[in-house]
Design a protein around this ligand. Structure first.
Ligand SMILES: [Cu+2]
Length: 129
């Protein structure tokens, strides 16, 4: 029966503590979004725009590197397909969640829901404040 030698046991114990700390700190952040038409005046003239949950621009996601983002996106538009492209997220292991229409996924059709799920792999420059 093999056993860990003391010289190996200590580094393994340190690594295990580090992994536990990382996994305890990482969070899964759930969001439920609906894309729908709304009236808005981004240039002081009222237009029909595409908003998310009644907001234009859409909601901000606050996260830390290592967190998992889950966005349940429902397309409430009448005739147009929708995707959300997460520019700046490298999508390691989740290329289908990148949100590039006709490249990494088909558009989400009207009245359909798609669940984006991906890990935040790094801190973005504008998210440090
Ligand atoms: Cu991009």
């Amino acid at each position: 029966m093999a056993s860990l030698k003391p010289a190996l046991a200590l580094p393994c114990g340190i690594l295990l503590c580090f992994l536990v700390q990382v996994s305890l700190a990482a969070k899964v952040r759930h969001h439920k979004w609906a894309v729908e038409y709304m009236f808005w005046s981004p240039d002081c003239v009222e237009h029909v725009v595409m908003g998310i949950n009644g907001q234009f621009p859409g909601p901000t996601i606050r996260a830390t590197a290592g967190d998992t983002i889950v966005v349940e996106l429902t397309n409430k538009l009448y005739t147009e397909g929708v995707v959300i492209h997460w520019h700046g997220i490298r999508q390691f292991g989740t290329p289908w969640a990148d949100g590039t229409a006709s490249i990494s996924q088909c558009a989400i059709n009207p009245r359909e829901t798609f669940i984006y799920r991906f890990k935040v792999d790094k801190m973005l420059p504008d998210s440090k404040s």
